[in-house]
Design a protein around this ligand. Structure first.
Ligand code: NAD
Length: 303
C-alpha cells in the first residue's frame, strides 16, 4: 500500500512507523500542478493533500488506485467531493484539530483591534510616548456578532461572553450552544454589532457574504474579523468601506489570494491587521492534525 503526502511534512518518522504497521509506505511529494501530481502519485492508494494542486475531477480520474483522499486540514476547498464520490474514492479531513487555535486567534485579533495593539506597538517601538485617539472600543459591554456558530464560532461566542461582551449569533442551522448568545437574523446582527467575527465554510452561498450591501449595514465604527476563508469577503467592497469611513477596522487571517501580494490595497493601514493564515497554527494543533490524519489512514487501511 502506498500513501502519498503532498506538502511539507517533516520530520515524519512517527507517520512512517504507524503506516509500516499496516504494511503501507509513506512518500512525501511536491507537485506544481495536476499533471505533476498524477505522475508522482500514480501508485497511491491514499493521498494526504495540504493545499495544492487541487484534486479536481480530471486529476482524480487519472489516479486509478486511489481509494482515500484526506485533506490535511479543515474543509474540502481543494477537493471535488462529488467527483470523488462518483469515482468511489473516500474523502476525509481533520475538522476539529485547530478549533481552539482559530477561536483564540479570532479573539486575539478582536482584542488587538479593540485595544489598537498593533498601532500602539508601532508607537511604543518608536518611542512615541503620547496618547493618541481613544482605543477602538472596550470589549466588555460591546456587542460582538458571531456568524456561524459551529465548532470555532461557538467557542468564540463563549470566550467573548466571558470578556463581558453581549454576543449575537447568526447561523441558519439554528445550533444549540452553551453560551449566552442571542440568535438573530443576519441583518440584525450586522446592524447591532460593534465587532463581527465570521466562522463559516466557503460555499456558493457564503461566497462574498460581506459585499457592498452587507458591509453597508454595519456601524461605521464596527470592526470585522475574518479567520474563515478569504472568499467570504469581497476585498474591493471592504477597501471601499474602509476608505469611505463606513467601516471602522478589519482584521484578516485569510485572503482570496495567498500569500497577499505586495501591492494589495489592504496593506499599510493603521486600522487593518493582516496575519498570514496562521490561525490554525500551534504545536498542539500540528500534533493533533498529524495524529488525526494518520489515525484515519491506518483505520481505513485496516478495513
Ligand atoms: P463548523 O462546520 O463546525 O461550523 C460552521 C458553521 O457555519 C455551521 O454551524 C454552519 O451551519 C454555519 N454556516 C454555514 N453557512 C453559513 C452562512 N452562510 N451563514 C451563517 N452560518 C453559516 O466549522 P468550524 O470548524 O467552526 O470552522 C469554520 C471555518 O473556519 C471553516 O469552514 C474554515 O473555513 C475556517 N478555518 C480557518 C482556519 C484558519 O487557519 N484561519 C483553520 C480552520 C478553519
Amino acid at each position: 500500500m502506498q500513501v502519498e503526502y503532498v506538502g511539507d511534512l517533516a520530520p515524519y518518522d512517527d507517520e512512517v512507523a504507524a503506516l509500516a504497521e499496516v504494511g503501507a509506505d509513506l512518500t512525501v511529494i511536491r507537485a506544481a500542478d495536476g499533471d505533476a501530481l498524477v505522475d508522482a502519485a500514480r501508485d497511491a492508494d491514499v493521498i494526504w493533500l495540504e493545499w495544492t494542486p487541487h484534486l479536481t475531477r480530471d486529476v482524480l480520474a487519472r489516479l486509478p488506485r486511489l481509494g482515500l483522499a484526506i485533506r490535511w486540514g479543515v474543509g474540502y476547498d481543494q477537493f471535488d467531493v462529488a467527483a470523488a464520490t462518483e469515482l468511489g474514492i473516500a474523502v476525509a479531513n481533520a475538522p476539529s484539530y485547530c478549533t481552539e487555535d482559530v477561536a483564540e486567534h479570532a479573539l486575539a485579533l478582536l482584542l488587538a483591534l479593540s485595544r489598537q495593539v498593533v498601532h500602539r506597538d508601532r508607537q511604543g517601538q518608536q518611542g512615541l510616548w503620547r496618547h493618541g485617539p481613544a482605543p477602538h472600543r472596550r470589549l466588555a459591554g460591546s456587542t460582538v456578532g458571531v456568524i456561524g456558530l459551529g465548532r470555532i464560532g461557538g467557542r468564540v461566542a463563549r470566550i467573548a461572553s466571558a470578556f463581558g461582551a453581549n454576543v449575537l449569533g447568526y447561523d441558519p442551522v439554528a445550533p444549540t450552544i452553551d453560551a449566552p448568545v442571542r440568535l438573530v437574523n443576519l441583518e440584525e446582527l450586522l446592524r447591532e454589532s460593534d465587532f463581527v467575527s465570521v466562522h463559516v465554510p466557503l460555499t456558493e452561498t457564503s461566497r462574498y457574504l460581506f459585499d457592498t450591501g452587507t458591509l453597508a449595514l454595519m456601524k461605521p465604527h464596527a470592526a470585522l474579523v475574518n479567520t474563515s476563508r478569504g472568499g467570504i469577503v469581497r476585498q474591493e467592497a471592504l477597501v471601499e468601506a474602509l476608505d469611505a469611513g463606513r467601516l471602522g477596522a478589519a482584521a484578516l487571517d485569510v485572503f482570496e489570494q495567498e500569500p497577499l501580494p505586495a501591492d494589495n490595497p489592504l496593506r499599510g493601514r493603521d486600522n487593518v491587521i493582516l496575519t498570514p493564515h496562521e490561525g490554525a497554527n500551534s504545536p498542539q494543533a500540528v500534533r493533533d492534525l498529524r495524529r488525526e490524519v494518520c489515525g484515519a489512514t491506518v483505520e481505513w487501511l485496516r478495513t
